[in-house]
Design a protein around this ligand. Sequence first.
Ligand SMILES: [Zn+2]
Length: 217
Amino acid sequence: MYTAKRREILDICRLVYDRNLTNAAGSNFSARASEDTLYVSINGNAKRNRLRMTADDLLLSTLDGKVLEGEGKFSQSWPTHLKMYQQFDFVGAVIHAHPRYATAFACRDVPMPPLLDAMKKYGEIPVLPRHLKVDSPEFGDAIVDIFRAKGDGFRKHGHGVLYPFHGVLVAAPNLDDAYDLLERIEYNATAILSNILFDLGHYGSLIKDLHAVEVSE
Ligand SMILES: [Zn+2]
């Protein structure tokens, strides 16, 4: 079974903030510390320290929410994180974040198509129904249903969902896969939004014309 070290989680948190994969408005992280314990980021890290966290900013919790080590409150997303581990024994890490362009894409009520080759193995990234309250039991259940329907693909690579007008959640077999998927989703969103811009007005033809331009010194 995959288990994470505190240092690995803290490194990923820093990367997520520094690469615009979230903002100070929020994000939360969890990863398996053992078969039946989790490391969980405490509430408000992004706002308080821009994810420059220390080991004290992680709680060690059992799978039924009993804190074994650390001080501080669970984040509001804790019930959703917990559900992923309770429902899928192969999930090793969960990240909720607000990536710049994927969050913009999540304001449209459509699943994100896999434009980039890097997203082909995941397929579409669904968007959750707007009427579900974020991190309510029903919200977590909807994510479980989506991930379960992905079958072996989810078991092997993990998967993600878009929170409408809000952000992204990824769950994966380990922390590296979770971070990798978060970044792929953001690059895919950037590619989609950029290509829409290229098609506006004359830019599409301008880019084609660039191939024909002769450079003069
Ligand atoms: Zn959020």
